[in-house]
Design a protein. Structure first.
Length: 52
């Protein structure tokens, strides 16, 4: 889980784990649309998880 696609999500994906991109902090608009790195889940805020 992290707010940076190129470091947080990429590393998690490379280790075969479930990745979550949090759209805060280092997140850049539409970052999750990149075709080469895809998170398993993209959320607006960590608080979103308590609503699932």
């Amino acid at each position: 889980m992290g707010d940076d696609l190129e470091t947080d999500v990429l590393e998690v994906n490379q280790n075969g784990l479930f990745s979550v991109l949090v759209q805060t902090g280092n997140y850049k608009d539409k970052q999750e649309l990149r075709v080469d790195i895809k998170p398993n889940l993209s959320i607006d805020s960590i608080s979103t998880l308590s609503k699932r």
